[in-house]
Design a protein. Structure first.
Ligand code: GDP
Length: 363
């Protein structure tokens, strides 16, 4: 599956967030095809469009799509040199596709801060430095090997060396690869060859106190930094979220109403993670089931079909397609057909977010 790793210093609220996510999540037994490790949670992606579709189609069941969050054990300064759970931590991050970096923006004397002081920018720097150091180490390992090859007139090796020459000084300054100015192609090569930690898409989760959403200087600093980096910030009170997640549906509704919220803050975390991972949703809608499926933005119809079953991709003929807007506007498939909004798309069709699809395939 595609996974978002939750990282951050100890005691910033990572586990609290992770537990809230999984508490609100799906029983693993309902998803027999995923193997779930203890620190991995499969979380439904909240999507109001799906409820709308179910209102129209009235299926027997509605199945949301999901994404995975991984709680990655605490990082301390020196991790890249093997301090604490350092190596394990870095290995775990390497297996994720995106990073949610939790930053403590709440004061609470009862909860010790590893540096004895609430300073989100310093905290972020500790983590980012460790990740950059780990990448720097990978660069150094590869560099010597590539130099040998490059001497032997290996064109590929020469090209990679040029890239590493750009990456190295950047990492030396503890800056992430994702902020390096490279062409799309160069970035892809770096990603494929070196699996850098700091090239992963990253968002910040600012963990604030219940009354810390506004007039919070800690938060303001995180927002300013993220803006510089072009990163997203999700502001949330993890403690409150863990309380909300434990409530039964009815109580939950009342609780949210009292807060004046339309949905738990967790939903914003999940959606931000989904977006960060470059994912989008298409739907299948039949009387048995309305179901959401996840594809990468830019996926073709056969690739989307493969998410349901590889046979659908292999034997792909056509995809019957209705846009979400048309499906709703014309009150379902029959109406959309009548209005001429039902399309037969071929193998080059790029799936659009919200498409309602039905695949025709050979067996
Ligand atoms: P982790 O080490 O980053 O996983 O941090 P935890 O989630 O275990 O949280 C550390 C401590 O901080 C726990 O005692 C939590 O109850 C507490 N905590 C987490 N989030 C908040 C919050 O938003 N406000 C306050 N006051 N305490 C929190």
């Amino acid at each position: 599956g595609i996974r978002c790793g939750i990282v951050g210093l100890p005691n910033v609220g990572k586990s609290t967030l992770f537990n809230a996510l999984t508490e609100a999540g799906i029983d693993a037994e309902n998803f027999p095809f995923c193997t779930i490790e203890p620190n991995t949670g499969v979380v439904p992606v909240p999507d109001p469009r799906q409820d709308k579709l179910s209102e129209i189609v009235k299926p027997e069941r509605t199945v949301p799509t999901t994404m995975e969050f991984v709680d990655i054990a605490g990082l301390v300064a020196g991790a890249s040199k093997g301090e604490g759970l350092g190596n394990q931590f870095l290995a775990n991050i390497r297996e994720t596709d995106a990073i949610a970096h939790v930053v403590r923006c709440f004061e609470d004397e009862n909860i010790i801060h590893v540096a004895n002081k609430i300073d989100p920018l310093a905290d972020i720097e500790v983590i980012n430095t460790e990740l950059a150091l780990a990448d720097l180490e990978s660069v150094e390992k590869q560099y010597v090997k590539l130099q040998k090859k490059a001497k032997g007139q290996d064109k590929e090796a020469q090209k990679l060396l040029t890239l590493l020459d750009k990456a190295k000084p950047h990492l030396d300054q503890a800056k992430p690869i994702r902020s390096l100015e490279l062409s799309e192609e160069e970035l892809l090569i770096l990603d494929k060859e070196f699996h850098f930690l700091t090239s992963k898409p990253t968002m910040y989760i600012a963990n604030v106190a219940e009354d810390g959403f506004e007039n919070n200087p800690h938060l303001d600093k995180v927002i300013a930094l993220a803006k510089e980096e072009g990163a997203e910030v999700v502001v949330i009170c993890n403690k409150l979220e863990s309380e909300i997640a434990e409530l039964e549906d009815e109580e939950k509704g009342e609780f949210l109403q009292d807060l004046g919220w339309e949905e738990p803050g967790l939903h914003r975390v999940i959606r931000a993670g989904y977006k960060l991972l470059g994912l989008q949703t298409y739907f299948t809608a039949g009387v048995k089931e309305v179901r959401a499926w996840t594809v990468k933005v830019g996926a073709t119809a056969p690739k989307a079909a493969a998410v349901i079953h590889t046979d659908f991709e292999k034997g792909f003929i056509r995809a019957e397609t209705i846009s979400y807007e048309d499906f709703v506007k014309y009150n379902g498939e029959a109406g959309a057909k009548e209005a001429g909004k039902w399309r037969l798309e071929g193998k080059d069709y790029i799936v659009q977010d919200g498409d309602i699809m039905h695949f025709r395939f050979n067996v």
